[in-house]
Design a protein around this ligand. Structure first.
Ligand code: SF4
Length: 240
């Protein structure tokens, strides 16, 4: 079974997957890498919690900001507490805006029971995943939480979201299209499973199998040198 996270890594760069999975190399722990990890952990913690807090706030009519400030600020990693507090504040403002624009009864309709951390598999595709969250308003929709900056979602995140959707769809045909949510915000993108995207997903899965079977991707297989310059494993990649 291929782990869905590998599809995301492969979608960024097939050689990166090779370095991590086959050569078993890890990113050098530079201060930037450590800071990014802390931010990701804090951002995900906020995002995994905020939907249920949003639900709680709308059902109790308590201010979202008041609930968040009670729960989060002191438990977050100190290295990112300022950044995390910024997230909490902007979420609180977004929430007040949603209620202000739609009114509380309408805002409540955006919220439904939510499930977390479901593990599922697609036997057809030979992949498995843990779903960050499933929103159950209308059709159940998988949500992939991402901490990267995005105005438009990145291709590798789209592939990963579709892979998660494929796993859920196999178990429940009513599953709706997946969403990518930017951590620490209410910003989401719905990903439509077009034929072209499904084809890309299938070819990524095939490519990963080839790597598991011994194929070694060349340096810069994507042909975009500036992508390599932003890659945290550039030195290791070019030296082996
Ligand atoms: S340096 Fe370039 S080729 Fe190497 S893993 Fe990173 S993105 Fe891929």
């Amino acid at each position: 079974m291929i782990d869905v996270q590998d599809i995301g890594v492969y979608g960024f760069c097939s050689r990166l997957l090779y370095l991590k999975k086959i050569e078993r190399l890890s990113e050098p722990a530079t201060s930037d890498v450590i800071k990014r990890r802390h931010r990701t952990a804090a951002g995900r913690a906020i995002s995994l919690g905020h939907a249920s807090l949003f639900s709680f706030a709308t059902s109790t009519e308590m201010s979202y900001g008041a609930i968040m400030s009670l729960l989060y600020p002191h438990s977050l990693a100190t290295e990112v507490s300022e950044w995390a507090l910024g997230c909490v504040k902007s979420l609180s403002i977004s929430f007040e805006n949603i209620v202000g624009q739609m009114g509380l009864p309408e805002a409540k309709k955006l919220v439904s029971p939510i499930s977390y951390g479901l593990i599922c598999e697609s036997q057809n595709l030979g992949i498995r995943c843990t779903v960050d969250r499933i929103n159950l308003a209308g059709a159940p929709c998988p949500v992939l939480i991402r901490c990267s900056d995005f105005k438009i979602p990145r291709e590798n995140d789209i592939l990963q979201a579709l892979a998660i959707w494929s796993c859920l769809k196999e178990a429940d045909t009513e599953t709706g299209p997946p969403f990518i949510e930017r951590c620490g915000t209410f910003m989401t993108h719905q990903i439509l499973p077009t034929e072209k995207r499904i084809k890309s997903l299938n070819s990524a899965i095939e490519g990963i199998r080839l790597i598991y079977d011994g194929l070694v991707p060349s340096v810069c297989p994507h042909g975009i040198p500036r992508k390599c310059h932003g890659c945290s494993m550039e030195e290791q990649c070019y030296s082996i």
